[in-house]
Design a protein around this ligand. Structure first.
Ligand SMILES: Cc1cc2nc3c(=O)[nH]c(=O)nc-3n(C[C@H](O)[C@H](O)[C@H](O)COP(=O)(O)OP(=O)(O)OC[C@H]3O[C@@H](n4cnc5c(N)ncnc54)[C@H](O)[C@@H]3O)c2cc1C
Length: 453
């Protein structure tokens, strides 16, 4: 229901290769060009996918910015290589994993202690370029001033590795994963809810479903919201964290979403559209500081029907609106209608297209739906913020206090986003495998592992 940006294609490629599959055969991937369109208050900017063209776009508004972009990306490339090569796949059970001399040496190149905001300003001055460069970290959960400069690796992913799209929609990724997993003998059960983690002899023994059915398992990998599993499904004696720990976590922004069907095309829109036509400062303040609903928020519109005719009837547009908002907010009567009205008005004004009379479907989704549908702590959309104090071994641990139970997903290492969550699943599965081998609990007749989510 959420993701629309296919970034870090190397992670998807590696994932499928691991199972003997080829991502390019499983998915019909197209690279988007322009990568996205930024709608500033004066004029829009279609961000070129081709690096040379992008450099020319930078140079046109800030002399010298082409060379600076090259230097910025070279620095970011090194971080991407180190971060993805050495850090992201660590289990992060303890700081000792990071204590090797080579790892420590490489860590110094990651600019962990410098802010992203300062880092970008060392290279560029033009406000539009600054906004463009700061956009990929907006969803990491903290202001660029509080986000480590390490995350310029996101700019590398965005600019150099490209923005891709699997024809048929993002759900095709899931369908491909299921196809490949089934070829390897994985059985899926849909529409069942785990109500508790079961314990026998001080180790995990399986899960109990909401309808009372018990599934025996020698190891369990929990992919549902970490807080929900630990605080609600696990007996208190095995919880590593308590309520006050969770209250002190900095969550990523949540989102107010609208799924919209329009029975006409909307010329001017690209596949990905960022509406940066209002200043982000006051909006960011409401997300990260005051934790209130924003006035005149910036927002994002995804229009996959621009690329893919299969996702909307002919002549129609499939739109998805997103406003990043603080986690833990309560809805107020009329609030969703008010924001929707504002978003549509701004979209109409920028594109000069009549949209309101053509809306044939509209559904909104926010905190209460994230809680009801996903048991998401405080209605979070993207897990924990990637602040320095919530990085690597400072995140909620992948290994539970209960032997045999492992956590995976966006609230543990390495963090939020589809590619990091794929990596998280891989690392957690290896841990579960190691556990099984160590304990030699597995028998042929007993199910060896189960995963939630
Ligand atoms: C609106 C939105 C937009 C996003 N955009 C992007 C993007 O463009 N690109 C990107 O890379 N990332 C994006 N993300 C982030 C990305 O989607 C997440 O980080 C990632 O999907 C998290 O994966 P996960 O496996 O941790 O959790 P999930 O994908 O949420 O999976 C957890 C699963 O557990 C299930 N579950 C929960 N409780 C139980 C239970 N008791 N029993 C059984 N099952 C249970 C849930 O139903 C769910 O299916 C977006 C997220 C949102 C919300």
């Amino acid at each position: 229901m959420g993701p629309s940006w296919y970034w870090m294609p190397d992670v998807f490629e590696e994932y499928f290769t691991k199972f003997g599959a080829d991502v390019h055969k499983e998915l019909d991937l197209v690279r988007l060009d322009p990568s996205y369109k930024v709608w500033f208050d004066d004029a829009p900017w279609s961000v070129a996918a081709d690096f040379e063209s992008l450099k020319s776009q930078f140079e046109a508004i800030e002399p010298g910015a082409a060379a600076q972009l090259e230097a910025f990306m070279e620095e970011a490339r090194v971080k991407y290589a180190i971060g993805m090569g050495q850090f992201v796949r660590k289990t992060a059970h303890s700081p000792i994993e990071f204590a090797q001399a080579s790892t420590l040496y490489n860590a110094t190149k990651l600019t962990l202690f410098k802010s992203f905001s300062d880092h970008v300003r060392r290279y560029f001055k033009h406000p539009k370029i600054l906004q463009l460069m700061e956009f990929p970290v907006l969803f990491l959960g903290a202001k660029p001033e509080q986000t480590p400069a390490l995350y310029s690796l996101m700019n590398y992913a965005d600019t150099m590795l490209g923005t891709w799209y699997p024809m048929g929609g993002m759900h095709e990724i899931v369908r491909a994963m299921v196809r490949v997993a089934e070829q390897h003998g994985v059985a899926f059960e849909y529409g069942v809810e785990v109500a508790s983690i079961e314990v026998k002899g001080n180790a995990v023994s399986g899960v109990r479903l909401k309808d009372g059915t018990e599934w025996a398992a020698s190891t369990v990998v929990a992919g549902a919201d970490y807080h929900h599993v630990e605080q609600h499904l696990l007996p208190p004696a095995y919880r590593r964290y308590d309520a006050s720990y969770w209250e002190k976590r900095t969550m990523s922004p949540s989102s107010l979403l609208y799924y919209v069907g329009v029975n006409r095309r909307v010329p001017g829109l690209e596949h990905h559209n960022l509406f940066f036509d209002t200043p982000f400062g006051p909006h960011a303040e409401t997300i990260y500081d005051s934790k209130t609903w924003p006035e005149n928020p910036l927002f994002y519109v995804s229009a996959p029907s621009v690329t893919d005719p299969s996702v909307a009837p002919a002549g129609c547009e499939n739109l998805f609106f997103l406003i990043p908002v603080a986690p833990g907010l309560n809805d107020e009567p009329g609030l969703r209608e008010r924001y929707f009205d504002e978003l549509v008005s701004r979209l109409e004004a920028h594109t000069d297209v009549d949209i309101r009379p053509h809306i044939v479907y509209q559904r909104s989704f926010a905190h209460e739906e994230f809680i009801a549908d996903y048991s998401a702590f405080k209605g979070n959309a993207y897990g924990l913020a990637n602040t320095l104090m919530q990085t690597a071994f400072l995140k909620p641990k992948m290994r539970s206090k209960l032997p045999g139970l492992f956590f995976t997903g966006q609230l543990t290492t390495p963090g939020p986003g589809v590619p990091p969550s794929l990596i998280s699943g891989d690392v957690a599965a290896n841990e579960a495998d190691r556990y099984l081998k160590r304990t030699r609990k597995a028998t042929r007749r007993e199910p060896q592992s189960a995963s939630i989510g």
